[in-house]
Write a protein that binds this ligand. Structure first.
Ligand SMILES: Cc1cc2nc3c(=O)[nH]c(=O)nc-3n(C[C@H](O)[C@H](O)[C@H](O)COP(=O)(O)OP(=O)(O)OC[C@H]3O[C@@H](n4cnc5c(N)ncnc54)[C@H](O)[C@@H]3O)c2cc1C
Length: 359
């Protein structure tokens, strides 16, 4: 199994930029992307992009095409349909470790001890038999993790019941919420935007907000006043999700008719007795539950956590940036910086290796 000099995980703007710069600096990286095409979040941007210096794009896909074309013209191949699920660190990457002399195998590759081990899973056509290129463990001297972000989850009992629907779009096809009772968890822009998208169709929208005030922009907050069917429950947490069974004596349904098949939400009210807060049945019965509680870095598993890494691994793009700075421009810049650091680090390691061999 070869030990690649540099592996980049994720081919969004950050990973693509890192790949381009690494190649330019003399190190051809191996790039893994879990989807069947590079571009990351660009593929989901439907509005025109007018904040990337030097070019306008009709939508994210237009920019994605230009980025992909740039990589292809630079001779960088992305290995798509491979998700890197877990990373094992080499000895030198543990904080406090004193580096020792590196040994080389007959092929010139580092010994297993010096390489990161990346556990990959094939995510493509599951009916296809795995081929010889679908190895599940890859090795690398240096790693750039550019895996973007994923929606944050609550970690409460019963959350698996909404796994397939919790992050469903409210902007595409909001009519499907017609006549439904919907709970949206969150108090930021995306939660309020979700409520505004479906309020014209839904029977009732419950906005479950943990804190005492919405974090959403003022303009969005004000628009909520147009919809009397949106009820904001402040100081309220979602504690548990169950599937309803017909037992109308025990449960106070949020709507008339049978409760069977709907979601039963157990709420925690921090100020349950406050006269200023609207009340809701508890448990609350709804047809849909949407989670809009922010995004978190989508990092592969690593033990101890990836943040405690000393050397040889860099995180780039949205996965490394605070929410307010996440953008295409910042991701591209971050990718460049990670590539420069990785290539410099590899050069330094080689210098130290040759000096140690001489003595
Ligand atoms: C709807 C929307 C509109 C936006 N509009 C704008 C805008 O107008 N202007 C702007 O500047 N920004 C905008 N953004 C934000 C911008 O798209 C992101 O900041 C940018 O894409 C981040 O790039 P990234 O490479 O860090 O992450 P991503 O684009 O998320 O790319 C990460 C890549 O890593 C892959 N990956 C994840 N985990 C693994 C794994 N374990 N193994 C292998 N591959 C993996 C993913 O499939 C993905 O391709 C928008 C985002 C969205 C969602």
């Amino acid at each position: 199994m070869p030990c690649h000099p540099l592996v980049i995980i994720g081919a969004g703007p950050a990973g693509m930029s890192a790949a381009l710069w690494a190649k330019r600096l003399g190190v051809t990286p191996v790039v893994f992307e879990r989807h069947d095409v590079s571009g990351g979040q660009l593929a989901t941007i439907e509005q025109p992009i007018d904040d990337y210096l030097g070019l306008f794009a009709d939508d994210g896909r237009a920019l994605q095409r230009r980025f992909v074309e740039h990589l292809e013209r630079s001779g960088i191949a992305v290995r798509t349909n491979v998700s890197i699920e877990r990373i094992e660190r080499p000895a030198h990457a543990v904080r406090g470790h004193v580096p020792t002399h590196k040994t080389e195998t007959a092929e010139g590759a580092e010994t297993a001890q010096d390489c990161w081990r990346l556990h990959g899973a094939y995510t493509g056509d599951q009916t296809r038999r795995p081929g010889p290129n679908d190895a599940t463990v890859y090795r690398a001297r240096a790693v750039i993790v550019a895996t973007g972000v994923r929606p944050r989850r609550l970690g409460i009992p019963g959350e698996a019941l909404i796994a397939d629907t919790a992050f469903a779009s409210t902007s595409r096809g909001p009519e499907r919420f017609r006549g439904r009772h919907v709970a949206i968890v969150g108090g930021g822009d995306r939660a309020v935007e979700g409520a505004l998208n479906i309020a014209p169709h839904a029977a009732q929208v419950w906005l479950l907000v943990r804190s005492s005030a919405l974090r959403a922009r003022k303009a969005l907050r004000e628009r909520l006043n147009d919809y009397p069917n949106v009820t904001m429950l402040r100081e309220t947490t979602l504690e548990r999700i169950d599937r309803a069974r017909i037992d109308r004596k025990r449960i106070n349904p949020g709507r008339t008719g049978t409760a069977d098949g709907r979601f039963v939400l157990t709420l925690g009210r921090r100020k349950a007795d406050s006269p200023h807060l609207p009340t809701a049945p508890n448990p609350l019965i709804v047809d849909d539950v949407l989670l809009r509680i922010g995004m978190e870095p989508a990092l592969p598993d690593m033990e101890p956590p990836i943040e405690q890494t000393a050397e040889g691994l860099w995180i780039a793009g949205d996965a490394a940036l605070p929410p307010s700075e996440r953008s295409i421009a910042a991701a591209v810049g971050c990718g460049m910086r990670a590539a420069k650091r990785a290539v410099l680090w590899l050069e330094e390691q080689d210098k130290i290796g040759s000096l140690m061999k001489e003595h």
